[in-house]
Design a protein around this ligand. Structure first.
Ligand SMILES: NC(=O)c1ccc[n+]([C@@H]2O[C@H](COP(=O)([O-])OP(=O)(O)OC[C@H]3O[C@@H](n4cnc5c(N)ncnc54)[C@H](OP(=O)(O)O)[C@@H]3O)[C@@H](O)[C@H]2O)c1
Length: 283
């Protein structure tokens, strides 16, 4: 069978990098992987990790998911070379921690432009191709917070809820075309995501108009997030196992939580009628 052509966004680090390398190093060479990133100056890490697979089954290309022209260019390039796109993994994304009133509208819009509209842009480009092929697999890297909103991550939660809604809405529309769509829902994962989140968190300057009580509550919640028994980060490889399971399933499910903790948090959330205090979210 011809190898499946895979496009992954956000491969400079973390989940995207590890997934691209795992698929490209498949012993049966089942995949040709386009590992994309917005800043090619960061390509050394994936090139090193890819080893012999580089330029054989793994190809590094530029893609900023917020730039329409770059989306057009990468799909045209892949179609020109292979005439098909079999698997699309929407992975690019970032988080924000802070009070909503301290998040500038510019940052809020940029978050949606990346986490949600980035996904929309790539799916829109993939659908005409996949519908013509009568096959395709779309995998959206969502989060536990696509179901269970965490305080002070409002826009990030909302972007992942939107991704979940989009996926659920498209699923029945795509079934007759042989196209599957799934979300993968990790809890905390040991990648650069936490660092990026900290770098992106609201500053004292952002918080200057935020009430003292809010800052106090937010600080207490941030400490709660650092309790290792509550939020022990999952390693990347088990998350990649789940994504590969989704990519290779005969009949992919709509949702793939990546750990028992995620499954139990989500189950608890739905068992609760009303959530009152911040701590009670994790009881
Ligand atoms: N790690 C976690 O705890 C966790 C938990 C649940 C869900 N997730 C989700 O998993 C996905 C991957 O995150 P990660 O953990 O691997 O974090 P990561 O190591 O920070 O990787 C995020 C990737 O997204 C890229 N990116 C950001 N904006 C982009 C844009 N406009 N265009 C293209 N790429 C862009 C980053 O590129 P740069 O290097 O250029 O910034 C980076 O390659 C994200 O969607 C995240 O929401 C992560």
């Amino acid at each position: 069978m011809a190898p499946l052509v895979v496009l992954i966004s956000g491969c400079s680090t973390g989940i995207g990098l590890a997934l691209a390398v795992r698929l490209a190093q498949d012993p049966d060479k089942k995949y040709l992987v386009y590992a994309t990133m917005r800043n090619l100056a960061k390509k050394e890490a994936i090139e090193k990790a890819a080893g012999d697979a580089l330029d054989k089954t793994l190809f590094v290309r530029q893609l900023d998911v917020t730039v329409d022209d770059q989306v057009k260019t990468i799909f045209e390039f892949i179609m020109g070379k292979h005439g098909r796109v079999d698997v699309l993994v929407n992975n690019a994304g970032f988080g924000f921690f802070g009070a909503l009133e301290a998040m500038s509208m510019e940052k809020a819009k940029n978050m949606f432009d990346t986490n949600y509209f980035g996904t929309v842009r790539l799916i829109r480009a993939a659908l005409p191709i996949m519908k013509k092929q009568k096959s395709g697999r779309i995998v959206n890297i969502s989060s536990v917070v696509g179901h269970l909103a965490l305080p002070y991550m409002d826009m990030y939660n909302a972007s992942k809820f939107a991704m979940e809604g989009l996926s659920e809405s498209l699923l029945p529309q795509l079934k007759n075309f042989g196209i599957s769509i799934s979300t993968v829902q990790p809890g905390p994962v040991a990648t650069n995501f936490g660092e990026a989140l900290a770098a992106n968190a609201s500053t004292e300057e952002d918080n200057k108009d935020v009430s003292e009580e809010t800052v106090k509550q937010m600080t207490a919640f941030r400490l709660l997030l650092h309790k290792p028994d509550l939020f022990a980060a999952q390693q990347t490889e088990p998350v990649i196992d789940v994504i590969v399971e989704c990519v290779e399933a005969d009949k992919p499910k709509l949702r793939y939580p990546t750990s028992d903790s995620v499954r139990s948090w989500v189950a608890k959330r739905y068992r609760k009628e009303g959530v009152t205090g911040l701590e009670s979210l994790f009881e």
